[in-house]
Design a binder for this molecule. Structure first.
Ligand code: UD1
Ligand code: UDP
Length: 368
């Protein structure tokens, strides 16, 4: 029997740790699968892209679409035009899209119209906030995907409520946790804390990149003031996303942050060094989807600077809480006073999601 040709689509930083465990699991089953990595090129700086391929043990992408930056329509449109060519030529048997970036929806639409079955990994998450581009990407992708792999029961419930037939939904768990477990030994051995002279110290990790937080100079100024106030109590490590770097510079706020001796501004970090710092942090201050999940898994207090989250299980079961920008200092004080609830690991966040995806894929292909 011919091998099943599987395309894994990755576009931006959070996608690389979602495709990596599946890439390795499919490679290990090489009698059944031939796996191809497609990089759309949405993120292209070495520290937003190549470093993740290196850290996560993936080779060069088999296809690189070089879509780059642009408006939503430019990015989505270019991805559709470029991937349609690849898809028509290569005729994959199944295409896996992950997460909620522009490429997720773009590739899902292309595949559906070419009658190539498309699978969404991390399906069913909903913030119900349509002002976020990611929510539109999630809705569009889940409306057309043939198979929906969900990370948590809320995902199944959302899809069923939207009329997705139950037989298309399979709960596989959280693939981000597979990446962490796959790299755990190297993360623990990384020594990043030592290099930052943070061993034995209480410190917090900061990541911010959502347009709602960083694209509005007034909101960004509030966040900068709050971070400076927090830094009176604990050191903060803040790897700055390129969008945020641009917005801080444009608003003249970089100097204000840099003037605080207890805020370490750095370039975006590789996965292993970043996670080494997260595992030792007393608090994460973030608007990242992935960081909400990683801190829930590690039971580290997480303050999410958003009015909502598409990952409610990180609140109902995990250590995540939402906050307004103005509330940040007050929330950090609660953490430092030990007034933060402990969480537990959600079901199927166990490092074996890629295995369940492979088993599901075999059933879907009739090779189970
Ligand atoms: C994108 C995703 C978001 C995800 C985030 C993860 C969408 C709609 N947004 O947001 O869901 O949470 O990635 O980090 O898909 N830039 C660089 N170098 C790069 C990449 C980007 O300098 O390698 C700069 C460019 O000026 C670009 C800006 O960052 O215009 C924003 O990048 P973009 O990919 O459009 O959106 P993100 O904010 O990164
Ligand atoms: N991350 C990293 N280095 C950094 C910041 C983040 O390796 O400097 C990793 C981390 O594992 C996080 C993931 O990137 O979970 C998600 O990235 P991001 O916050 O950009 O995207 P989101 O999850 O919000 O879509």
């Amino acid at each position: 029997m011919d091998k099943a040709r599987i395309h894994l689509i990755a576009a931006a930083r959070p996608n690389f740790m979602k495709v990596a465990p599946l890439y390795h699991a499919l490679k290990a089953d090489s009698d059944v699968f031939e796996v191809f990595l497609v990089h759309t090129g949405q993120h292209y700086d070495a520290n937003m892209s190549d470093s993740f391929f290196a850290d996560l043990g993936m080779g060069q992408p088999d296809f690189h679409l070089e879509v780059g930056s642009g408006t939503h329509a430019e990015q989505t449109g270019r991805t559709m035009i470029e991937y349609e060519q690849v898809c028509m030529r290569e005729q994959p048997d199944r295409v896996v899209v992950v997460g909620d970036v522009n490429a997720t929806a773009a590739v899902a639409i292309v595949c559906t119209k070419l009658h190539v079955p498309v699978i969404h990994l991390e399906a069913g998450l909903r913030s119900r906030d349509r002002s976020m581009p990611e929510e539109i990407n999630r809705l569009v992708t889940d409306a057309v995907a043939d198979l929906l792999w969900t990370p948590s029961p809320d995902g199944d419930a959302n899809l069923l409520a939207e009329g997705v037939p139950a037989e298309r939904i399979e709960r596989v768990g959280n693939i981000m946790i597979d990446s962490f477990e796959m790299m755990r030994d190297r993360i623990e051995a990384a020594g990043t804390r030592g290099r930052f002279k943070l061993d034995g110290k209480r410190y917090g990790m900061v990541t911010l990149h959502r347009p709602a937080n960083v694209d509005n100079p007034a909101t960004l100024a509030v966040l900068v003031d709050q971070l400076c106030a927090v830094a009176e109590s604990i050191e903060l490590v803040f790897p700055v996303h390129p969008r945020t770097r641009q917005r801080l510079d444009a608003a003249g706020l970089t100097e204000r942050l840099a003037a605080s001796p207890r805020i370490r501004l750095t370039e975006p970090m590789g996965y292993i060094e970043f996670m080494n710092l997260v595992t030792g942090a007393v608090v994460a201050i973030t608007d990242s989807g992935g960081v909400q999940e990683e801190t829930t898994y590690l039971d580290i207090p997480c303050i999410t600077l958003r009015p909502n989250t598409e990952r409610p299980i990180t609140i109902t079961e995990g250590s995540n809480r939402l906050a307004e920008p103005e509330e940040l200092l007050r929330e950090v004080e609660k953490v430092l006073a030990g007034e933060w609830p402990s969480g537990r690991k959600p079901d199927l966040w166990d490092g074996r999601t890629a295995q369940r995806c492979v088993a599901s894929l075999k059933r879907h292909l009739g090779r189970g």
